[in-house]
Design a protein. Structure first.
Length: 335
């Protein structure tokens, strides 16, 4: 399993992070619709390939999470997408869950599906060049949620997924996401996130998953988007670090935060402040989708042939987050 630990460290070492480019066709269509670009397979590939061939792929991006459509596509230079990513020194990865569906017994909550036939799909993705995978469990916070049923069911699924992924010689990203939607306080988020993460590790250990060969992808500790209880970035950093120190076993090599509804600057600033006070052995980095791509997407939509200009915007965001992953970012540098 040393090999898996090495891959995890290569993905997140030296301030590198993960580009989450695993939006489903439906989600990617919404993104492209929002900037008035037709969502064709060619346009989806063009935008993604523009990012995947940028210079920050070598210095800042240690891994790219792909979607089933993208991992099978051929780039404009006639190489396969995983080969393009590997050639720049980054690791190709793949989202393997099939989405969150209504949880039987608790219809307000979700359970992530995709375990059926997963072993066979993993072999296919491994042969296509994937070095790591992703599975996301989602949890809502309210007076009654997340329920014990949701916490247990999603932890169990994440653990079964992880065991199958390691069996196939890939690194599983374990993503339990507490959604920002709601009027809950940051303290509610802290309590629930701690409970969810602890349950995930109980199940991972039960399923004999080697913790040295995984990456945890959690949410930061934030107040709900409708909450009156606003907290500072400094408090976000302190609560997030406190939660992870008490919930994550020391064997885990790295933690790559999701941006979960934060703006590009918020996601960078919060990551920077976490790293300024990070007194653990965990690498604390990023696995961002929108918070890495949004500005680049807006720029690209004005002229989808302006590859260089789009890459410049993307490279800037990637560089800022890599500085934040080392606690070296500031607003002055960003501007």
């Amino acid at each position: 399993m040393t090999k898996l630990n090495n891959i995890a460290l290569e993905i997140l070492g030296n301030g590198k992070g993960i580009l989450a480019a695993d939006e489903s066709t439906g989600t990617m269509t919404k993104r492209l619709d929002s900037v008035n670009v037709p969502s064709t397979a060619e346009n989806r590939l063009l935008f993604r390939e523009t990012l995947f061939s940028s210079s920050s792929m070598t210095n800042c991006i240690g891994g790219v999470i792909l979607y089933d459509e993208t991992i099978k596509q051929i780039s404009s230079k006639k190489n396969k997408i995983p080969e393009l990513i590997s050639s720049l020194g980054s690791h190709p990865g793949i989202k393997v869950d099939t989405g969150a569906k209504v949880l039987a017994g608790s219809p307000e909550e979700k359970i992530t599906e995709g375990l059926d036939g997963l072993r066979e799909r993993l072999k296919e993705y491994y042969n296509l060049g994937a070095k790591f995978t992703k599975w996301r469990g989602v949890y809502t916070i309210s007076k009654d949620y997340p329920s014990k049923l949701s916490i247990h069911s999603n932890a169990h699924a994440l653990a079964r997924y992880s065991a199958l992924v390691q069996e196939c010689n890939m690194v599983p990203i374990v993503e339990p996401e507490i959604l920002m939607d709601g009027d809950h306080s940051a303290n509610d988020c802290y309590q629930k996130t701690s409970e969810v993460i602890q349950k995930c590790f109980e199940e991972l250990i039960l399923h004999k998953v080697d913790l040295k060969g995984i990456i945890l992808k959690p949410n930061m500790i934030l107040a709900g988007n409708k909450s009156k209880d606003k907290i500072t970035s400094k408090e976000v950093a302190e609560l997030t670090l406190k939660c992870l120190k008490s919930s994550v076993p020391s064997e885990v090599p790295g933690i790559a935060f999701l941006s979960g509804g934060q703006s590009e600057i918020e996601a960078t600033e919060n990551l920077n402040l976490i790293n300024k006070i990070n007194n653990t052995n965990f690498i604390m980095s990023y696995s961002y989708g929108r918070a890495l791509q949004q500005s680049a997407l807006k720029f690209w939509s004005k002229n989808i042939k302006d590859i260089e200009g789009t890459q410049k915007i993307f490279d800037h965001r990637a560089k800022m987050n890599t500085l934040a992953a080392q606690g070296k970012w500031s607003r002055e540098i960003d501007n």
